[in-house]
Design a protein around this ligand. Structure first.
Ligand code: FA5
Length: 364
């Protein structure tokens, strides 16, 4: 800005000269008209209306004028800046309108165009059955517990009273995790989750443990090396075999329909004593059809194993067998699915063909 001005002659302040101001406005208007895009207009605004523009400089010079000259110069420069600002606003509106029109044309979507439809997948029946079973037990107030698929030999066998010389511990049944002697196996059943749960919690315990298990069985019509089980475990004061039977009956009635009951047949498992095989009354013929394909005419379908938790297992899991008793059961999900839906071949369950899954209803 110029210094204090005692003998004022406005002509001497070059930037305030009316012609210079008019020239600055003309230059600005021409540049504004010539701006072909919003980016260009931004640059023009900076050059002709920004802090370093000729008109901004002239505006600052007004401060150095004597009071008598300020009004006229202020009016001149103010009007000039107003004209430039107005022209910028109009050009801005125009360029924005042109941009919007261009976008509307360029980005038009033809909503009538037919797009190729991707076939949807379907939830696998193993997931559906697992969730249904979980819902039944959660509705009875049970909790869901989970354990790892790579399990310690101690939890998979020893803590369950399966001794070192038990045939199930051989390589004919079990996948051992390398290196030899690691003490780890792919769990052969969901029963180690029983022990994990008892070590983790104090009774009362009411848990359902669904999960994937592994055995060195070849894939054939009724076996698969990777299959699913769910394990039930109850530990509380005064639990008897009657509670096991009542629970299984309530469960099969919710899964298969009213009136269906279970029966227990003596069996042996190292981790339960006494132990029983669980049979479910045939939900197709109810035992009335000697030619029934679901139960083979016997009226009963084998579901899995069960029993009262062996006192040795309770002790290994830190639970006082003098005070608490418990029951456990374990069912194979693939086999239950085959029986329930008349699936003749295990291959259909494990191969993952969506045409198989879709028959079970729920698409995603
Ligand atoms: C057990 O695995 C016991 N842990 C069950 C148990 C739990 C008993 C708690 C007592 C108390 P088992 O080896 O019988 O038991 O297997 C249970 C179910 O798994 C069988 O009834 C069968 O339905 C299923 N199963 C076994 N092997 C296979 C296989 N290779 N493919 C598909 N399902 C199988």
């Amino acid at each position: 800005m110029s210094g204090p001005n005692k003998q004022y002659d406005p002509v001497e302040v070059a930037t305030l000269d009316p012609e210079a101001v008019e020239r600055a406005v003309e230059e600005a208007l021409e540049a504004i008209r010539g701006a072909g895009s919003l980016e260009e207009l931004k640059a023009v605004r900076l050059a002709h209306h920004g802090e370093k523009s000729a008109l901004a400089l002239a505006n600052r010079e007004i401060g150095a004028l004597p009071p008598s000259a300020k009004a006229e110069a202020g009016k001149r420069v103010g009007q000039a800046r107003g004209r430039v600002a107005q022209a910028i606003a109009w050009r801005l509106a125009e360029l924005e309108r042109l941009r919007d029109e261009r976008i509307l044309v360029e980005e038009t979507q033809d909503l009538t165009v037919r797009v190729p439809r991707h076939r949807l997948g379907a939830r696998h029946p193993i997931s559906l059955v697992t969730e249904r079973v979980e819902d039944i037990f959660v509705a009875m107030g049970w909790e869901i517990a989970e354990g790892p698929e790579i399990e310690s030999e101690w939890l998979n066998f020893d803590a369950l009273n399966i001794g070192a010389d038990h045939p199930a511990r051989g390589e004919a049944d079990t996948f051992f995790v390398a290196p030899a002697g690691s003490g780890l196996v792919l769990r052969t059943h969901t029963s180690p989750v029983q022990v994990r749960t008892m070590l983790d919690r104090t009774p009362p315990i009411y848990v359902l443990c669904p999960g994937k298990v592994f055995r060195t069985d070849d894939l054939d019509a009724t076996h698969t090396p990777v299959f699913h089980q769910f394990e039930g475990l109850v530990v509380d004061e005064g639990i008897t075999m009657a509670h096991l039977k009542g629970t299984l009956d309530a469960f099969v009635q919710r899964l298969f329909g009213d009136g269906i009951v279970t029966r227990l047949r003596p069996n042996y498992f190292p981790f339960t004593e006494p132990s029983a095989e669980i049979d479910c009354q045939c939900w197709v013929c109810g035992g009335e059809d000697p030619g029934c394909r679901t139960c083979g005419g016997t009226g009963w379908i084998e579901l899995g194993g069960s029993g009262m938790v062996n006192q040795r297992v309770l002790r290994a899991s830190g639970i006082d067998p003098e005070r608490y008793t418990g029951f456990a059961f374990g069912l194979g999900i693939e086999r239950s699915l085959m029986l329930r839906h008349g699936v003749a071949d295990m291959h259909d369950i494990v191969e993952g063909d969506v045409r198989f899954s879709r028959q079970f209803g729920m698409e995603i």
